[in-house]
Design a protein around this ligand. Structure first.
Ligand SMILES: Nc1nc2c(ncn2[C@@H]2O[C@H](COP(=O)(O)OP(=O)(O)OP(=O)(O)O)[C@@H](O)[C@H]2O)c(=O)[nH]1
Ligand SMILES: [Mg+2]
Length: 368
C-alpha cells in the first residue's frame, strides 16, 4: 500500500494557516499530486472550508472539537478523502487555540497508522505583529496569561517555527524577532515566509515533504491551564442570508468587520480572529472574504466580488478573548446596523456561541 503524506500546520488564530495550506495545495496540484485538506473547529460552518471549496480543494471538515480530542474523526475524515480523492498529501489545519498536537496527533499517527501515513515535521506559524507583543518586544494589547500559555506551548512543540507575513513588518524588526524566537525555542528551526506574496512558501513545503516528524521529546502540558486558556476565548460561528438590490458585498463586509471590531474593543474583548465570507446564494465559487486579526488592526479583504449582489449568504467565525454573550451581542447588533446601512434585508441562519470545552485527547503518547 502506498503511504500518503500527513502535513499538519499549526499556529495561533489568524497566523495564516489556511492561506498557507491553500498555497501548498496549489503548488502540489501543479506537481500532479492529489491533495485533501482537513479543516477543524469547535463548531460547524467554517469560513476555512468555504475558502478551500472556493479554491477547488477537496476538503473534509471536523467540527465539534480539536484534532487531539477527535483523533478518530481525523482518521475517518482521511478515509472519506481517500474514497473520494485518494490524496497523495493530506493537509491538516488544527484549531488555532489548540496545542499538544505532536503527542496527541503526530506521534499516534506514526505509531498506530504508520503503515498508511508518513508524517511531516510539525511546523507552527506565527503572525509577527502578534508575536512582538506576546514576547514584550512591542507595546500593545495582548491576551490573558492562560491564553499566552497556549501560545507559548504551540511554539515549544514546533519542529519548525515559521514567521509568516514577512511582507507586513520592517526587516530589522523581523530580524530581532527571529533572534528572540531562536533564544526562546531552541528546539525549532526558524523560517521567514509570506504566504500572501509567496516568498518562502515553496521552500517550506519542500522541506516538510522531504522530512519525517522526529521530535526530540514529548512536551509536558498542564491540561488544567490549557483548558482555562481555551475557556477564555469566546467562539462564535454564524450564518445569515442577505437580500437587497445590487448591494456592494465587499464594502458591506468591511463595514461589518469595523463595526464588530468597535463593539468588541469597547467591551474589552481582544479580537483573535474575525473572519467572514459572503457568497452569492448557490454560487460557492464566488466570494468575498474579510479578516481581522487583532483589535487594533485594519480589517482586510483577501478575496473580493466582481459584481454587486442581490441575494447572498454570509458566514461569520469570530474568536475573541471575551464572554460568548459579548461576541453574540457584538455580531448581532453589528449585523442589524450594517444591514440597515446598506439597505439589505437580513434573515438569520444558524448561530453558535460558546467557550471551548476542556481538551481531553483520545490518544496521547507520553514518552518517546
Ligand atoms: N500581510 C500578510 N497577511 C497574511 C499573510 N498570510 C495570511 N495573511 C492574512 O492573515 C489573515 C488570517 O489568515 P488565515 O490564513 O485565515 O489564518 P489562520 O491561521 O488560518 O486563522 P484561523 O484558522 O482562524 O486560526 C488573512 O487576512 C490573511 O489574508 C501574509 O503572508 N502576509
Ligand atoms: Mg484557518
Amino acid at each position: 500500500m502506498t503511504k500518503s503524506r500527513y502535513l499538519m500546520i499549526g499556529g495561533f488564530l489568524g497566523a495564516g494557516k489556511t492561506t498557507t495550506m491553500l498555497r501548498f495545495a496549489e503548488l502540489l496540484t501543479a506537481r500532479g499530486l492529489r491533495v485533501g485538506l482537513i479543516t477543524n473547529d469547535q463548531a460547524s460552518g467554517l469560513v476555512d472550508t468555504s475558502l478551500a471549496k472556493h479554491s477547488h480543494v477537496a476538503v473534509e471538515e471536523i467540527a465539534g472539537g480539536c484534532f487531539c480530542c477527535r483523533f478518530s474523526s481525523l482518521i475517518q475524515a482521511a478515509r472519506h478523502l481517500t474514497e473520494s480523492t485518494k490524496p497523495d498529501v493530506f493537509l491538516a489545519e488544527p484549531v488555532g487555540s489548540c496545542t499538544d498536537l505532536v503527542a496527541t496527533v503526530s506521534l499516534p499517527l506514526q505509531q498506530i497508522y504508520g503503515d498508511q501515513f508518513i508524517v511531516s515535521p510539525f511546523a507552527v506559524l506565527i503572525d509577527p505583529a502578534r508575536a512582538l507583543r506576546v514576547f514584550g518586544m512591542e507595546a500593545g494589547r495582548t491576551f490573558p496569561e492562560h491564553v499566552l500559555y497556549i501560545y507559548n506551548k504551540q511554539l515549544e512543540e514546533a519542529e519548525h517555527i515559521v514567521v509568516n507575513k514577512a511582507d507586513s513588518i520592517a526587516p530589522e524588526l523581523l530580524m530581532a524577532l527571529e533572534v528572540e524566537i531562536m533564544r526562546r525555542f531552541a528546539q525549532a528551526r526558524v523560517h521567514i515566509m509570506s504566504a500572501r506574496e509567496g516568498s518562502g512558501v515553496e521552500h517550506l513545503l519542500n522541506l516538510l515533504l522531504a522530512e519525517e516528524s522526529a521530535p526530540l521529546r514529548v512536551m509536558e502540558v498542564d491540561y488544567q491551564r490549557y483548558g482555562e486558556g481555551e475557556a477564555m476565548l469566546g467562539w462564535l460561528n454564524g450564518a445569515a442570508g442577505l437580500n437587497g438590490d445590487e448591494f456592494d458585498g465587499n464594502a458591506l463586509l468591511l463595514n461589518l468587520a469595523r463595526n464588530v471590531q468597535q463593539k468588541l474593543t469597547a467591551a474589552g474583548a481582544e479580537v483573535a480572529h474575525l473572519k467572514m465570507v459572503l457568497s452569492p446564494s448557490g454560487e460557492p465559487y464566488e466570494l468575498a472574504a474579510c479578516n481581522l486579526v487583532r483589535g487594533d488592526a485594519e480589517p482586510e479583504l483577501s478575496h473580493t466580488l466582481a459584481d454587486p449582489l442581490d441575494d447572498a449568504t454570509l458566514l461569520i467565525n469570530c474568536r475573541a478573548a471575551g464572554e460568548p454573550d459579548t461576541l453574540r451581542d457584538a455580531v448581532s447588533n453589528a449585523l442589524t446596523e450594517i444591514a440597515a446601512q446598506h439597505s439589505v434585508q437580513l434573515s438569520a441562519g444558524p448561530l453558535e456561541y460558546f467557550k471551548p470545552g476542556q481538551p481531553n485527547p483520545e490518544q496521547r503518547i507520553n514518552a518517546l
